[in-house]
Design a protein. Structure first.
Length: 466
RNA sequence: GCCGGGGUGCCCGAGCGGACCAAGGGGACGGGCUUGAGACCCGUUCCCCCUCACGGGGGGCGCGGGUUCGAAUCCCGCCCCCGGCGCCA
């Protein structure tokens, strides 16, 4: 068994092209690859025959005793070698071209993934009772009723303060202005209660996932090019990845990548699957493709902490486990009491590696929008193929590739923004979700039930505004 | 970072320039034998290409180059492991 995409393209190119169309990509990529692959195979056959001839002669030289005979054979071998060298050069070029095209091929797409681009993603489930400011009622309907869901909600007459202003000017527990000076935009300082909240969220997710048997991991925060380019597509690479200057190392943009790499070029026996991991790590992202979106606050930043779910599974189980991952995320957000919806992401907006992706979007009362908190992807054998993660089935010792899946459990800064907007009272006090209490309890200085606005920031420069 | 030793197939381990193209074990898988299990016997056990198949061929000895008709074996660069020195949260 080889890679499913390669199999399909050789067996039924037209079918694969339909998937490219569904992804809104140029289907000619498949033709191009097919043609190069065919040439590569043919040339390899020719080359192998030639090498065989050369090997036969070469071996006979060792046995030939007569010096004259030897000289004649060596001359013959040399002649073949010259021809081989010419073809080998061509083969190398072809192989490189093939490899490059092969690695551009996206995964197929599951049947129940909606066609189209970003606007075509469809909400499939709603949870919670969102607080909707009167002025956002229309927008709210457009994000719920339009899809045939009647979502119970509470209408409020006061407009909640946005998470960015809450953090910086109401609570005064964050400073993105100074961070901008010393590191650049999309960096932040957070203080006191927000830091406790950050770590409490991580602990909450770690606790939840490990009680379900997921293995807790801290992975390397940097990876070699060889590894990182195998687990992500080029677009993500360009937009997200920081490089360490002068070294072959890249900062991870998510724990997903080092977790996937844990079994790179290894065999996993079917009896050991599924392998369920929960990783904790900082994430570093350039956000190069983001333009001016979410420039304020800590919603979209260059660094944050994340607890990540990652599973290696049997091919026949990956669909089921994909549902399990998004369910785990739902449980976490239900525990936090944050209203959300689950969105089935449209094909045009899927990453190259995923056959299907669910986002969990939390309701943000100050923006009147559902915003992405969690993303759960089924990559089937796309990553496994590129990382050489083999599946060995004990019965008959059949070899294939495992399936990999990943999902956010909690991304702390984003979740904090959702808490700041959803748990905000009119007087600016933020209530802390009850489930976090036990992760704050052990610490004297940590807040327990509420985060109160400060008169002035606990540290850092503060210019009293006029 | 420096000096020394080392990286061989799923595992152990031989080979250090040409002998059917990694010996020999072990494990695993398939089959035989057996009432069943074990022992025992036979076969298979990295990747790629050709073939409906039987089968055939090529490439693989940490990774990438090079020398040679021929390299696991020689040369160069890199990575990793072990020991010693140095440095350090």
């Amino acid at each position: 068994m080889s890679w499913s995409v390669l199999d399909l393209i050789r067996r039924d190119k037209e079918k694969y092209k339909m998937y490219l169309v569904k992804r809104q990509m140029d289907p000619s990529l498949a033709d191009k690859f097919y043609e190069v692959d065919l040439r590569w195979r043919k040339l390899q056959t020719v080359l192998n025959e030639l090498r065989h001839k050369h090997n036969v002669i070469s071996r006979s030289i060792g046995k030939a005793k007569d010096p004259e005979e030897r000289r004649r054979l060596i001359e013959e071998a040399r002649r073949l070698l010259r021809e081989l060298q010419r073809l080998e050069e061509e083969f190398k070029r072809l192989e490189e071209e093939r490899r490059s095209l092969l690695f551009q091929l996206p995964n197929i797409v599951d049947d129940d993934v909606p066609e189209g681009g970003e606007e075509d993603s469809v909400p499939v489930e709603f949870w919670g009772r969102p607080r909707v400011w009167r002025g956002y009622l229309e927008e709210f309907k457009a994000q719920t009723e339009r899809y045939g869901f009647r979502v119970d909600h509470e209408v409020i007459d006061w407009k909640p303060v946005g998470h960015a202003d809450m953090l910086e000017y109401v609570l005064k527990l964050g400073n993105t202005v100074k961070a901008g000076e010393v590191a650049g935009s999309r960096f932040y300082y957070t203080f006191e209660d927000i830091v406790w909240l950050d770590f409490a969220l991580l602990l909450y997710a770690m606790d939840h996932m490990t009680s379900k048997g997921y293995v807790l991991v801290t992975p390397p925060y940097m990876l070699r090019h060889k590894i990182i380019s195998a687990v992500i597509d080029l677009e993500t690479f360009k937009d997200a990845i920081y490089k360490i200057e002068g070294e072959d190392l890249y900062l991870i943009s998510t724990a997903e990548h080092p977790l996937a790499a844990l079994y790179s070029w290894e065999e996993i026996y079917d009896e050991d699957l599924p392998i369920k991991l929960v990783g904790v790590s900082p994430c570093f992202r350039k956000e190069a493709g983001a333009g001016n979106r979410d420039l304020k606050g800590i919603f979209r930043v260059h660094q944050f902490h994340k607890v990540e779910q990652f599973v290696f599974s049997l091919p026949e189980e990956s669909r089921k486990i994909h549902e399990e991952l998004i369910t785990n995320a739902k449980e976490l957000f239900q525990g936090l009491g944050l209203p959300y919806r689950i969105v089935n992401i449209a094909a045009g907006d899927l990453g190259a590696c995923a056959v299907k992706k669910y986002d969990l979007e939390a309701w943000m009362p100050a923006q009147g929008k559902y915003r992405e908190m969690v993303s759960a992807s089924n990559c089937t054998d796309w990553q496994a193929y590129r990382l050489g993660i083999r599946l060995v089935r004990r019965k008959g010792m059949e070899r294939g590739y495992v399936h990999t899946l990943n999902s956010t459990a909690i991304a702390s800064t984003r979740t904090i923004t959702a808490i700041l907007e959803n748990y905000q009272r009119e007087d600016g006090v933020v209530e802390i979700p009850k489930v976090l209490r036990k992760y704050l309890e052990p610490f004297k200085a940590a807040p327990k039930d509420y985060i109160y606005p400060r008169e002035k920031p606990p540290a850092g420069p503060w210019k009293r505004s006029s």
